[in-house]
Design a protein around this ligand. Structure first.
Ligand code: HEM
Ligand code: HEM
Length: 221
């Protein structure tokens, strides 16, 4: 029997450039929710920063001839913080639902939603690319790797976030609350890193080599 021909090139990648409606809806919904989460933290830690306002509460009260203890001031600050945390948890639950939707689309959705397939194809293309095409293939592989990292960060954020949400109600979650909170906080910086690299990357690609990339992520064509 004649030997089978050995493929010299990777099979053509599925169309990654005409983004399907489910992927676009997921992308912008996810971008909005992640931005919302970062905004709640920005308000809590920088813009409103209720804890740092305690001396101002005390000053305002003393103008009215009333004394406000440090503890009472902190109680006020707590009320404001809780309002922002309520938003963080509400947006977080929506983000968790979006994460689940992405997992379902990955497992059951149309072929172009399968990120894992795309990642493997891009990796294979890079391995088999002739030297002249190596640069482009490396660039595509880098972009897909950053998405893989983002999906990993999002998974960590959702699981640790849900654990923190129920830490007061579940004894086991209460016991691990401190390390979980540390992981949740550190992962935020990784997500901010992805955000910056991603924005820089897509804008750079749009300007230099892939005109219409951002419009395709908006309109699909
Ligand atoms: C104005 C802001 C944004 C623009 C213009 C934008 C644009 C794009 C574009 C054009 C792609 C496709 C790139 C490619 O095929 O290589 C993409 C993919 C992606 N973006 Fe964004 N993006 C934005 C914000 C965000 C944010 C805030 C996040 C999450 C933090 C995010 C997460 C992703 C992910 C995970 C993918 C890969 C989707 C997949 O293939 O499964 N994007 N984005
Ligand atoms: C991009 C997504 C997210 C970012 C950037 C983010 C960021 C943060 C940060 C910085 C903290 C403070 C951690 C600490 O010092 O204790 C925090 C706390 C928390 N996060 Fe998230 N988070 C995200 C997603 C989520 C999700 C998906 C949930 C799930 C519902 C969630 C629920 C919580 C809860 C319950 C807390 C503790 C609130 C409290 O101390 O009262 N987060 N988050």
């Amino acid at each position: 029997m004649a030997p089978l021909p050995v493929p010299v090139e990777a099979p053509a990648a599925p169309p990654v450039h005409d983004y399907s409606a489910p992927l676009r809806v997921w992308h912008w919904g996810n971008a909005l929710l992640v931005s919302g989460q970062l905004a709640t933290i920005l308000f809590l830690m920088v813009i409103v920063n209720p804890r740092s306002a305690v001396p101002e509460f005390q000053q305002a009260m003393s103008k009215e001839g009333l004394a406000l203890s440090e503890q009472q001031g902190r109680a006020f600050a707590h009320i404001i913080s809780d309002r922002i945390w309520d938003w963080h948890i509400a947006i977080g639950l929506a983000l968790a639902a979006f994460w689940l939707l992405r997992v379902l689309l990955e497992l059951r959705g149309p072929a172009e939603m399968r990120f894992s397939t795309r990642l493997l194809l891009v990796a294979r293309k890079y391995r088999l690319a002739p030297p002249a095409d190596k640069g482009d293939a490396r660039h595509a592989l880098f972009a897909q790797t950053t998405y893989a990292l983002f999906y990993a960060f999002l998974t960590v954020m959702v699981f640790t976030g849900l654990a923190l949400t129920w830490a007061d109600d579940v004894e086991f979650l209460h016991r691990i609350e401190h390390p979980v909170s540390e992981v949740h906080s550190v992962t935020m910086y990784l997500i901010i890193g992805f955000f910056a690299v991603h924005l820089g990357g897509v804008v750079w690609s749009e300007i230099t080599s892939d005109h219409g990339l951002i419009s395709r992520m908006i309109g699909g064509k």
